[in-house]
Design a protein around this ligand. Sequence first.
Ligand code: IMP
Ligand code: MG
Length: 332
Amino acid sequence: MIADVVLGLQHGDEAKGKITHQLCSKGNYTHVIRFNGGCNAGHTIYHEGKKFVTHHIPAGVFYGIPSIIGPGCVVDPDQFFREIEELEAAGIEAESLVSIAKNAHVITKLHKEEDGKDTKIGTTKRGNGPAYRDKYDRKGLRAEDLNCFEDYLVDIYEELYSKPDVEVLFEGAQGFGLDVDHGDYPYVTSSHCTTAAALLNGVPPQAVRNVWGVAKIYETYVGAKSFQPDDEIFDTIQEVGEEFGATTGRKRQCNWMNLQDLMKAVRMNGVTDLVFNKMDVLENVGEWKMYNGDNTIDFKDKEHLKSWITSYLNFHSSGVNNIYFSGNKDRI
Ligand code: IMP
Ligand code: MG
């Protein structure tokens, strides 16, 4: 078995959807599996000139690849069926390609009601936290417990281990900075957003080939804590970058990229392929900066930043083999 992983290295919204979509168009994947989270995620994908925002459904459906909502996920039936309908209406064959691991957990109406009252964390109010809590409290419902999911259920073991030449692309949601253990607790999501979390879906570590770590060249965060420094440059980045949440429409708070946080995410997840997205935004804004420990580094221009960060990653034995610098709508 071969497994590639796509995961976010910051606080979500790094354009993982774009990278997954592009990898699906090039690779020989037999399966695309969403490995964590629920419909708190919003993956913006441009397919043949049309914009799509998916929440549950993995990007494999755009290229006819069987796509699974993995055991590490929580699923909201309403959102699941709405999304299938929307994709089908737009001419994307989703119905026959999508399945749900029978041991994935269900987000219920009660979960959504409870999460809807959150004011402390600034959640997406999609019921994610309560659904994971009930899972770990052994009170949860699994996908196999709902009649409406009957036609979509798969057993991950049967699906991945009864055929030769299985190649899985794991599609992550959220990002390392929102990971329940490694993020800034309690301002985190309720699932794991790491390479290890992909493996928890039932794949052995030996299968892992490439780990695509996706970052933005600046950082954004959505939630209750204060993240954006008091400087109007960040309002400009927010506007130029059109930084609004794909799920909730909230303004994303912006800041320069933190290099040491990035290194931690790269190392702890074994990133082999590192993508910096939204280079075009800082180009339009006209400033190139990042934090390195207590210092702020000022770069002359884009080329200066690119060569500096490439040498830095090589010099510090980051394990990264390939680095991509990408504009919002560029292909890598
Ligand atoms: P929850 O995952 O809805 O419980 O929200 C917990 C925190 O994670 C909040 O700060 C959310 O804004 C953030 N969050 C959850 N999913 C995403 C996402 O897909 N992109 C960005 N932030 C997210
Ligand atoms: Mg998003």
